[in-house]
Design a protein. Structure first.
Length: 123
């Protein structure tokens, strides 16, 4: 496996550990539907969290810079597909995790309910 894949997997493991420690149940990891993907889907009570994890080995890089409008739109579409295909009337929220560093020294930031789904726009 490529080094960036190992780094990403490690970051997702850290995010899962934090969510579980906070009382969340991990429902899915790396859920896919066609080209859409969600890193982590977690549930707590009647809330379903769709979680994106961005991990960078370089402490000088901001992982959140990779979260652009297209990524947010795809997260929302994936969440919609998941809820419809699983017939889940839960509340949904979108969380972000930004992780920088290595196993030896890292920083982790969790942004719960990071954004509201954008309104659909037509071209």
């Amino acid at each position: 496996m490529a080094k960036h894949n190992d780094t990403g997997r490690w970051g997702e493991d850290l995010a899962c550990d934090m969510l579980v420690a906070d009382g969340w149940a991990i429902v899915e990891r790396n859920w896919r539907m066609n080209h859409l993907e969600v890193d982590i889907i977690a549930m707590k009570g009647d809330v379903l969290a769709f979680v994106e994890v961005k991990t960078r080995a370089n402490m000088d890089e901001d992982p959140l810079e990779a979260i652009d409008r297209r990524k947010i739109t795809n997260m929302v579409r994936a969440a919609d597909c998941y809820i419809r295909t699983h017939d889940m009337p839960h509340q949904a929220r979108f969380d972000l995790f930004a992780i920088r560093g290595t196993h030896a020294c890292y920083e982790i930031e969790h942004i719960p309910d990071a954004f509201e789904p954008p309104l659909k726009t037509y071209r």
